[in-house]
Design a protein. Structure first.
Length: 351
């Protein structure tokens, strides 16, 4: 069904098509018509002390305001990462800010953390159905100087703590001026150590003996050098966070098939989709060699097939996320990945 719908959606601007598609998912029968399906029971996986219904999640940026979590669970996602959320609502960058690179099966976006604010998302998440894992991807407001960024992350952490299952610290979007400077070792360690201490304190102050600290993950850019990745490894170990999401969008324009003049006309922004696949897999592999389990790695970037998903898992990822692949392939992609994951795991057990 999505294969028939996609040409019509691609006649619309990417942002209009995005909102229309997500609204259609809320209609009765949308799961069946879309080609999606809930993950099979034998696709469930335990990571970070959480039981994920399936190994494939929705990357942050698509359901920024937590409006469609239940519908996304129905079409095959094992987890949904909402956000990036900021303490105060902000409109993001001026439109147009989302572009298709069809020959590359890619997107360019410079959304700029457009969202309705963390507190509005909290109210929606209070009403979500149980069963699907939800991550809270948090960032700073554009107007907040980097020197005060930690305050924004703390505010989002406090607001979301009781309504999400894990957190993601986003310091790697290329679309908020100066944000990537927070990937430097000093400021990054300060932010992560503060949030980890808060998570631990929540447990110590709770009367629930079964409560565990909310896992905290760091989302990094694919454009980091090996030396910068080594700093990330050191920060993860020193802060004690649960792991890393590799990777965000890239600022590189190398190797694109779309004519350069068209790409240049689109302007600034991060590239996602097939062009990021190899680099993100390389980063996953590099990190896994230096961060043995139980440190968690979630692989994201260029996953538009079951083969691409398995590539990330074989490189060392524990889970995967999709974003652009969903635009080009639709919900049937999730079914294919879930089925491939079950086969992959069965073969691993037999071996």
């Amino acid at each position: 069904m999505y294969a028939l719908l996609r040409p019509l959606l691609f006649r619309l601007s990417p942002e209009k098509a995005h909102h229309l598609t997500f609204n259609l998912l809320e209609l009765p029968g949308a799961t069946l018509l879309s080609g999606g399906a809930r993950p099979p029971k034998d696709a469930a996986v335990e990571v970070m002390g959480l039981r994920f219904p399936g190994p494939v999640g929705l990357a942050a940026g698509m359901d920024k305001d937590a409006k469609h979590v239940d519908a996304l669970g129905r079409i095959g996602f094992g987890f949904v990462e909402v956000g990036t959320l900021t303490p105060v609502a902000q409109p993001g960058n001026e439109r147009p800010r989302l572009f298709r690179l069809k020959p590359d099966r890619a997107l360019i976006n410079r959304m700029g953390f457009n969202n309705g604010g963390v507190h509005a998302a909290v109210e929606r998440l209070k009403r979500r159905s149980p069963g699907i894992i939800v991550g809270g991807n948090i960032g700073k407001n554009k107007a907040t100087p980097n020197e005060q960024a930690i305050d924004d992350y703390v505010k989002c952490f406090e607001a979301l703590h009781d309504v999400v299952d894990y957190f993601v610290v986003n310091v790697s979007s290329p679309n908020t001026p100066g944000l990537r400077e927070l990937q430097e070792k000093g400021p990054l360690l300060a932010i992560l150590s503060k949030l980890k201490a808060m998570a631990d304190q929540r447990v110590r102050g709770s009367e629930d003996q079964k409560m565990r600290p909310r896992p905290i993950l760091l989302k990094i850019a694919p454009d980091l050098t090996n030396e910068q990745l080594d700093d990330i490894v050191a920060v993860v170990k020193e802060s004690g966070i649960a792991g890393v999401i590799a990777t965000n969008t890239t600022i590189s324009r190398d190797g694109l098939r779309t004519p350069k003049a068209e790409v240049d006309a689109m302007g600034a922004g991060g590239v996602s989709g097939a062009p990021v696949r190899k680099r993100s897999t390389d980063v996953v592999k590099y990190l896994r060699e230096r961060l043995p389990r139980p440190v968690v790695i979630i692989g994201v970037g260029g996953i538009d097939s079951a083969e691409a998903a398995m590539e990330k898992l074989e490189a060392g990822a524990d889970l995967v996320q999709v974003y652009t692949g969903l635009v080009y392939e639709g919900p049937a992609l999730l079914k294919r990945i879930n089925q491939a994951y079950v086969r992959y795991r069965n073969l691993s057990f037999r071996a």
